[in-house]
Design a protein around this ligand. Sequence first.
Ligand SMILES: Cc1cc2nc3c(=O)[nH]c(=O)nc-3n(C[C@H](O)[C@H](O)[C@H](O)COP(=O)(O)OP(=O)(O)OC[C@H]3O[C@@H](n4cnc5c(N)ncnc54)[C@H](O)[C@@H]3O)c2cc1C
Length: 442
Amino acid sequence: MDRVEDLDRDRGPGGLTPRRIAVIGAGYSGIAAAVGLVREGAAVTLLDANRTAGGRARRVEYRGASLDNGQHILLGAYRHTLALMHAVGVPANALRQHRLAIHYPGALGLAAPSLPAPLHLAVALATARGLGFGERSAAFAFAFAIRRAEAAAREGETVAAFLDRLGQPARLRRLLWEPLCVAALNTPAERADARVFSRVLHDALTRTRADSDLLLPAFDLSALLPDPAISWLGERGTEVLLGTRVTALSQVAGGWRLATSEGPRDFDAVVCASAPYEAASLLGTLPTLAPLAARISAIPHEPITTVYLQYDTRVRLPFPMTGVEDGHAQWLFDREALGGTRGLVAAVISASRAQAALDHDVLATAVHREIERVGAVVDPPRWTKVITEKRATFACVPGAFRPAADTGAPGLVLAGDYTEGPYPATLEAAVASGLRAARHLT
Ligand SMILES: Cc1cc2nc3c(=O)[nH]c(=O)nc-3n(C[C@H](O)[C@H](O)[C@H](O)COP(=O)(O)OP(=O)(O)OC[C@H]3O[C@@H](n4cnc5c(N)ncnc54)[C@H](O)[C@@H]3O)c2cc1C
């Protein structure tokens, strides 16, 4: 694992002329790269094609409500993200901390007590409601296996094959491991990389109890980190150009020229922190990097759909995060319980290829029935909004290509959730990659 940066320490330029470094993309990885570089004394310009910062984790305004492009959940194990939030002054109440709990009304109830890890996990499994004897002992065997992190799984093994090998019963897979897999890797168990899954579970469940906490954003996703980080950067003289698209890169004497929608700009070095498909088209403009661009462009993606349903303000879900058995939605989030709008429910559908093809009204009606099933509502919603991010994350399959930060071209590095790293495409992978890219250039 990457070491967590000492983000509270400013090193400064040490009397030399600071290097001018462009960061392309104000998503979580670009924000992290910019903060890391400014900490090292670089003169940074942060550019994003969008006017709202956050990239694939950003605010979306709809009918006077601050929604997100998709409901996100963070874990206590997100050490780089939490350190970065702390360093740029994000208040502690931006995240609602919930102890690990998984609730499928009428089917399964599991909650971790306040005990040190891994005892909290053992007690959670021992006291879980709705598990038979065989399921409980299989769950213990699984928890024992993942103490070895990725080494628990075989090279090239899928999560489905891993669960087979560990003798996990069908109901336990359906209610516990498969929903966790698709939530964490955004890839169904039949195709997902068992090594990455095992690494995520190991880090979340077996190190400290706090690592397993579910941290639910109480602010919208742009306000959670990007906006305060941009204020922090602005106070330190960083140039932030939102609404500015970079259209091409070229190498010039001593550095790089960026063609942008606002005209050309020259820099000593560049961090390309855009999503893989966008990075591929920028790198593709450089003949020497065409083979790398082609490999990045071939990375397959998975969609995520979020269905927002605005109910009467009295409506509450049985739990802030409620599991849905055999539904389109996998999880329902009570936005009021997370500090958001009253009566607003966010239904999350990861790896949503089938649902992304459905008519929005048909899908919203089906999800409303699923919310009825968990016993939360009687009246239909006042409005619904379906948001599908077609290329939400890369497909986390065995052998997935994840490029290193170093492109081989001097002074041009990559950042982003898809670059080399132990985690699937997550906010934590994005932030860790941004800090890593900054380290490469300083
Ligand atoms: C619906 C959804 C739900 C998710 N749920 C979770 C979750 O629960 N937990 C979790 O940890 N992760 C979750 N993720 C994943 C997480 O959002 C991403 O891993 C992360 O936001 C990726 O950040 P990034 O900086 O790597 O890329 P991006 O967020 O894609 O940022 C790239 C930025 O670059 C900009 N850009 C691109 N090209 C150019 C250009 N040519 N010029 C200028 N700017 C450019 C884009 O506008 C964008 O702002 C989810 C993702 C989605 C879509």
